[in-house]
Design a protein around this ligand. Structure first.
Ligand code: PMP
Length: 516
């Protein structure tokens, strides 16, 4: 039941308190499709319609029967789940299938090696580490080349086949020492990542540095390399940041017997990491202009592009990758969430073959990653998505249009309450106007608490038995990520709930939002 027991409060008690204050502390006992069930006072099941969809992990719904059948079959057959350091045909097959789908969507024959992981954040960190390994190798090749040039200059000045022009330096030794000092200063600058403002890439020590929300990121700023956050709506902003930060190493060459100082590009940026449709930042699809600038600047400056499809991928926006429609092409892709079919914890990093370093396979691994169970469930998920010529993708697009149409109609009727509705496919958001200056006390207090969307969610759960949540970094935006099986009737129920909440906000009877 939902009743607290003496064992309540051991696991993350503070979060439970926050949920309770918003009336969101339900305990669910069963789940099916887009429905979660909690137990009522008399032990009966109470159905709650779920539009949160496991924060994107339930593209195919709760306890999808086909996926559960496959899981049961794997367990009944005593499939070895943990047999690390052995052949892993299931992982090869999953990686091959992902290659086939990604190639189809990119419209090219670029191949990718797969590194498996346990969570979205881990896949992002694997990308960060792989890109840093690559940057490090490129940097050592460059510094070795420069060292060789410096020694060559020393030898040639000594044997009289080259001279140092007086305006450059007093002596070859002085010049070489200067170049070395200047390069060491440069090299001491850490690597930097690039990511758009509003980005969310996880909460582990490395990935949290790429998560814009200061509340999540700043306490852990000292733990890992930093990111520069690029505005999404200012053409030229990325180029400016890259040009400002892009440093050079000094090198020496001999031309016509004279020693010259030349500048070499220092690969300071490890990678540009971005979501095609930002999820936790408030549901924002990248613009074609921004994507074009990212591709152009990154190609010029040789900065690898990591496309984080953890939330937007797996068919959610109407194609397997959300990047496809945007024409965004990555050197790396990350996938997680729905890859596990709602029951396995699974994530994968795809690395474009020409960039791949085999040594990474020992540098990054985990007890639980690449296990047979999650790989075989992942294959089942892909089989369902690819069936009937991609019916799941078409359905995600069609259901998304229907849901978006409903959200637009709510916005049209409550323009003073709803600021915007947006998104693509089954990754949609409704942003409420900021109520921090509302005249009604309760409404203003709710808005100023920093938990606006959670109070709205609490009301919708209590009064309508519909489960919604705001995005984690933009609490005025409710996110809707139901499964692809969402029905018209379910969309109608959400509509009734949203219209009710909008009427409450418009009529500034905000007290009904907060059960405090
Ligand atoms: N990247 C994106 C785009 C995400 O939406 C999320 C999770 N919301 C993550 C990374 C982190 O995934 P996980 O929660 O599995 O660590």
């Amino acid at each position: 039941t939902d009743q607290p027991t003496t064992r309540d409060g051991f696991a993350e008690p503070f979060l439970l308190e926050v949920l309770a204050s918003g009336g969101l502390d339900a305990a669910y006992v069963r789940a099916e499709g887009n429905t979660l069930y909690r137990r009522g006072e008399d032990g009966e099941e109470i159905a709650v319609l779920d539009f949160v969809g496991g924060y994107g992990s339930l593209m195919l719904g709760h306890n999808n029967p086909e996926i559960n059948d496959r899981a049961r079959e794997l367990l009944d057959r005593q499939t070895p789940v943990h047999a690390q350091f052995s052949r892993h045909p299931y992982a090869d097959e999953l990686a091959a299938e992902l290659n086939r789908i990604v190639q189809r969507e990119r419209g090219d024959d670029e191949s990718y090696y797969a590194i498996f992981a346990n969570s979205g954040a881990e896949a992002v960190e694997a990308a960060m580490k792989h890109a840093e390994l690559d940057r490090g190798l490129r940097l050592s090749a460059l510094t070795e080349e420069i060292d060789a040039h410096l020694e060559e200059v020393r030898a040639r000045v000594a044997d009289g086949t080259a001279t140092v022009p007086p305006r450059v330096a007093g002596s070859a030794d002085e010049l070489i020492a200067d170049v070395r000092r200047r390069n060491e200063e440069q090299l001491a600058r850490g690597p930097l990542f690039l990511t758009p403002e509003g980005a969310f890439h996880g909460k582990l020590a490395g990935s949290v540095q790429l998560t814009h929300n200061p509340g999540y990121r700043l306490p852990f700023k000292s733990l890992a390399a930093q990111a520069r956050f690029v505005p999404r709506d200012q053409p030229g902003a990325l180029r400016k940041i890259v040009d400002e930060e892009r440093p050079h190493l000094l090198d020496l060459v001999v031309e016509g017997g004279r020693v010259q100082v030349v500048e070499r590009d220092h690969p300071l940026f490890t990678a540009f990491v971005l979501e095609p449709v930002q999820g936790e930042g408030g549901i924002h699809e990248l613009s074609a202009e921004f994507v074009a600038e990212v591709q152009e600047v990154c190609a010029e400056a040789r900065i690898p592009v990591v496309v984080d499809e953890i939330q937007s991928g797996m068919g959610r926006t109407g194609s397997f990758l959300a990047a496809t429609r945007l024409g965004l092409k990555g050197d790396y892709y990350t996938l997680a969430k729905s890859l596990g079919g709602g029951i396995a914890k699974s994530a994968v990093l795809l690395v474009r073959k020409p960039l791949y370093h085999g040594q990474f396979e020992l540098a990054h691994s985990s007890t639980f990653a690449k296990d047979a169970f999650s790989c075989l469930i992942g294959l089942k998920v892909l089989e369902i998505m690819e069936a009937d010529g991609g019916a799941v993708y078409r359905r995600a697009a069609e259901r998304g249009e229907r849901l978006l149409g409903m959200l637009r109609s709510v916005r049209a009727d409550f323009p003073e309450t709803v600021r915007d509705v947006r998104g693509r496919g089954l990754m949609l958001g409704l942003e409420f106007r900021d109520q921090s200056d509302a005249t009604a006390d309760p409404l203003r207090q709710v808005a100023r608490s920093g938990f606006f969307g959670y109070f709205v969610a609490g009301h919708i759960l209590r009064e309508h038995r519909v489960r919604v949540f705001p995005t984690s970094s933009a609490v005025n935006t409710l996110r809707f990520e139901p499964s692809v099986y969402v029905t018209d009737e379910e969309i109608d129920r959400l509509e009734a709930a949203l219209r009710d909440v909008c009427a409450i906000i418009r009529d500034t009877d905000g007290a009904r939002l907060a059960p405090i």
